[in-house]
Design a protein around this ligand. Structure first.
Ligand code: PEP
Length: 248
């Protein structure tokens, strides 16, 4: 079984001096892969400061170079020592107009540069209540597949993040997560046998006090952690919970 992967997503937070303390307090945890996705301006700081923890970014341009003012390419991220990049976070989809096809092109750009994309998928509350959660997630994954092709699916990590659980203070239920992760894994495996072993993370209000239960859920290969990744003790507790769930 692959090691669990725990990824912090700082979102639009950080400041050079405070980052020093936070980055310095985040360390490697045996048996778990840990990554921290910081805002672009702090990537070099994170790469220099982190030990045994991978630096990552929160989005990436679909373009490689040229007249695209304000964009940051996957190659630039790789140049800065980035290993992971989050693509298709629901905040990018909802607030910055990223549609399914854009997420697919960004995923392709990340792969082209040798980065490991963490593709976020997840339904809204209305979609869940309409019984369409899996259909929505499959549509989001399908758009990525259409652009990268089945053989590349195995190079992804997928983060299932129900939109209604992000920043809500209340995670999805273990049974809801188990079902969705099983559905995602089935979908991946049907497209490419190797993709059945892709890590499927859960994200949405993972905290120090619920991480153990969430990571023990069948098919949960780690977590994408927003708010709690800004508090070093909480983030490290979550990473240790993943190690326990891994049997490390
Ligand atoms: C996220 O930003 O991806 C996230 C899961 O946030 P939070 O942990 O704060 O719900």
């Amino acid at each position: 079984m692959a090691q669990k992967l725990v990824v912090g997503n700082w979102k639009l937070n950080g400041e050079l001096a405070a980052n020093e303390a936070l980055l310095g307090a985040i360390g490697a945890v045996a048996g778990v892969e840990v990554a921290v996705c910081v805002p672009f301006p702090y990537l070099a700081q994170a790469a220099a400061r982190l030990r045994g923890v991978a630096p990552g970014a929160q989005t990436v341009s679909e373009f490689q170079s040229g007249a695209y003012t304000g964009e940051v390419s996957a190659e630039m991220l790789a140049d800065l020592g980035c290993r992971y990049v989050i693509v298709g976070h629901s905040e990018r989809r909802a607030l910055f107009g990223e549609d399914d096809a854009t997420v697919g092109r960004k995923t392709a750009a990340a792969l082209r540069a040798g980065l490991a994309p963490i593709v976020c998928v997840g339904e809204s509350l209305a979609e869940r209540e309409a019984g369409r959660a899996l259909e929505v997630v499959e549509r989001q994954l399908g758009a990525v597949l259409a652009i990268i092709g089945a053989r590349m699916l195995a190079r992804l990590a997928v983060a299932y993040e129900p939109v209604w659980a992000i920043g809500a203070g209340r995670a999805a239920g273990v049974e809801e997560i188990r079902r969705m992760h099983a559905g995602i894994r089935r979908w991946l495996g049907e497209r490419d046998a190797a993709a059945a072993s892709v890590r499927v993370l859960y994200g949405g209000s993972v905290k120090a006090d619920n991480a153990t239960a969430l990571f023990a859920a069948p098919g949960v290969d780690g977590g994408l952690i927003g708010g709690a990744s800004l508090v070093a003790d909480d983030f490290m507790s979550i990473c240790r919970a993943a190690a326990v769930a891994n049997g490390a």
